[in-house]
Write a protein that binds this ligand. Structure first.
Ligand SMILES: CC(=O)N[C@H]1[C@@H](OP(=O)(O)OP(=O)(O)OC[C@H]2O[C@@H](n3ccc(=O)[nH]c3=O)[C@H](O)[C@@H]2O)O[C@H](CO)[C@@H](O)[C@@H]1O[C@H](C)C(=O)N[C@@H](C)C(=O)N[C@H](CCC(=O)O)C(=O)O
Ligand SMILES: Nc1ncnc2c1ncn2[C@@H]1O[C@H](COP(=O)(O)OP(=O)(O)OP(=O)(O)O)[C@@H](O)[C@H]1O
Ligand SMILES: N[C@H](CCC[C@H](N)C(=O)O)C(=O)O
Length: 499
């Protein structure tokens, strides 16, 4: 960090009304949102959290020689004793999360020239990845950023779908310095609610759909929706672009929000008013043919993707690529080369009798319904499903997922999916209560997969849902190596006599 840049950060913080409360300008050597990462000269953001207030760690941050602390009024009061006699700067902000994001944007400065963001309950990773694949096919240096980490022309691991602002702005800046011009990122509801994306210069936002998830975090459906709406009414500025799936009532509500905000709208979906409109889909064992229209003009493409909803994701990606300045013709030419995200309706194994095994990341009711319903037209026989529900997560999802499996699959096997600190048997019981009398409970996930594969007759398909790309099973504090796709291959090989 140069002296000039330090000055800029200090100046901007003071412009935001964030001057040290005793008039001192903070001179900063880095930013930390966690006391454990504070180094001499850092600004430590002591944020109010769900479990505790970060201000509890201010004394530790001062011992680590932080030169400034950004917090709220309560945090400043909590740390009053620690600040006495300390010669650093205390910055008190009404919304310290937003202030931290603004500071991180200034600190790291560089961002790819084109940044777009996707929100919605399901489809964020797929849309961000398809957008990045389209850009790369068109010759741009591009990344996608979210649950899978940073992928494309720059790679990094991420702990969150939408990282906290210090990590996010660092990664965007590193990617820009590495020559990346285009970035498609996921905007999770937690990320939007906690202002993690503030300061990112987003030129277009997409909304996919809205079903139940994260009600352990958001107070209710309205609050969850309001968090997603922040992409359109808070992050995007006048005249920028919104790409919205209008097949649901929530999508149409989002259109009103985007209109009020003065955004340029691209609507997508089956709805006849959609600018990018799905006209028809024909499915087979390896993918689908999609007929769609772009502002009234019809096109046909072959998509090597399983699942009807993938067409919505592809059109959302198209809307974002259009908003970033690419031509419809070139985008359409790139579509047949799109590849599914790992663990999203991924063909993991084939039995000798032709039955297919798919691995999918549906870990919430809406996604499970979409995955099962959309698999149906690709499958001539029965659909077998193996799934569970995560521990320490929204408990309301469990019976809904059981009900979804009962309604949309032919054979249901309930198993474990990251029980974390909870009793796995009680999670399974909550699902089983709604999964119907025919459902089978098999706690051990490898055995459940083996049983699912064993049940497959010619023309059947197995959907292993919930873990997608994950490579571990979290039980208590331990993470055991576990990969659904790998287990599927092992089970097929064992049952077909290849091992
Ligand atoms: C519920 C939630 O989102 N929590 C996030 C939030 O933590 P919090 O404020 O509630 O944390 P807290 O534990 O109460 O601690 C308060 C503060 O003290 C600080 N602290 C804490 C301990 C310490 O020793 N020193 C210290 O400074 C923490 O950094 C925090 O700022 O702010 C922290 C810092 O920005 C995040 O790391 C943390 O993410 C936690 C780990 C998390 O798991 N979040 C998940 C649920 C999440 O964000 N998921 C979304 C969505 C995924 C999806 O769509 O499925 C995502 O974008 O990944
Ligand atoms: N457009 C869609 N409509 C409904 N369900 C979808 C859609 N796209 C994906 N899904 C389902 O959701 C799962 C997760 O997809 P994806 O990772 O793209 O979404 P996400 O929003 O990033 O999810 P998460 O928040 O869980 O990371 C898929 O495996 C599939 O089951
Ligand atoms: N980002 C999501 C992923 C859930 C995946 C599922 N396998 C589970 O553990 O519930 C979460 O942490 O809630």
């Amino acid at each position: 960090m140069t002296g000039e840049a330090v000055g800029q950060v200090s100046k901007k913080l003071s412009q935001l009304g964030l001057r040290g409360r005793d008039g001192r300008d903070p001179v900063i050597s880095g930013l930390s949102v966690d006391s454990r990462t504070v180094k001499p000269g850092h600004l430590f953001a002591a944020l109010p959290g769900s479990a505790m207030h970060g201000a509890e760690f201010i004394p530790y941050a001062l011992r680590m020689e932080a030169s400034a602390v950004l917090t709220d009024r309560k945090g400043a009061e909590m740390a009053a004793d620690a600040f006495r006699g300390w010669d650093g700067a205390v910055i008190v902000a009404e919304d310290p999360r937003a202030a931290l994001a603004g500071a991180a944007a200034l600190w790291f400065e560089a961002q790819p020239e084109h940044v777009v963001a996707v929100t919605g309950t399901s489809g964020k990773t797929s849309v961000a990845t398809f957008t990045r694949q389209i850009w790369q096919a068109l010759g741009h240096q591009a990344i996608s950023l979210g649950t899978m980490g940073v992928e494309g022309d720059y790679h990094a691991r991420l702990a969150h779908t939408t990282p906290e602002p210090v990590t996010l702005h660092r990664v965007l800046s590193e990617a820009a310095h590495a020559g990346v011009s285009h970035a498609a990122m996921e905007a999770s509801s937690h990320g939007l609610d906690q202002r993690r994306l503030d300061g990112v210069r987003v030129e277009a936002g997409a909304f996919t759909n809205f079903t139940q998830d994260h009600l352990d975090y958001h107070a209710g459906f309205e609050e969850y929706f309001a968090a997603k709406a922040l992409l359109f009414n808070h992050l995007l500025e006048d005249g920028e672009s919104a790409v919205i799936n209008i097949d649901s009532e929530h999508g149409r509500r989002m259109v009103d929000i985007a209109r009020d905000r003065g955004l340029a709208l691209t609507t997508i979906g089956q709805n006849e008013e959609a600018l990018l409109r799905i006209l028809g889909q024909r499915y087979d064992a390896t993918g689908q043919d999609l007929r769609f229209s772009v502002m009234g003009q019809a096109h046909m493409v072959r998509l090597p993707l399983i699942g009807g909803f993938q067409a919505e994701n592809v059109l959302a990606a198209m809307g974002l690529a259009l908003a970033s300045g690419d031509s419809a013709e070139e985008i359409i030419a790139a579509m047949p080369d799109l590849r599914t995200v790992r663990g999203r309706m991924q063909l993991a194994a084939l039995r000798e009798n032709g039955a297919a095994v798919f691995v999918d990341y549906a870990h919430k009711p809406g996604a499970l319904i979409a995955a099962l319903q959309s698999l149906r037209p690709h499958v001539m026989g029965r659909i077998v499903v193996v799934f569970g529900a995560g521990g320490d997560r929204d408990r309301g999802k469990r019976p809904l997922m059981g009900e979804a499996a009962r309604r949309y699959a032919d054979v249901v096997i309930v198993t474990d999916d990251n029980p974390r600190s909870e009793d796995p048997a009680s999670i399974r019981a909550a699902i089983m209560a709604a999964a119907g009398p025919e459902a089978t409970e098999v706690g051990d996930r490898a055995e459940a997969i083996l049983r699912g594969v064993d049940a497959l007759q010619p023309g059947d398909a197995l959907l292993i849902a919930g873990k997608g790309h994950e490579t571990g099973q979290i039980v208590g504090q331990d993470v055991y190596p576990f990969d659904d796709a790998e287990q599927a291959s092992v089970a097929v090989a064992a049952l077909d006599g290849r091992i």
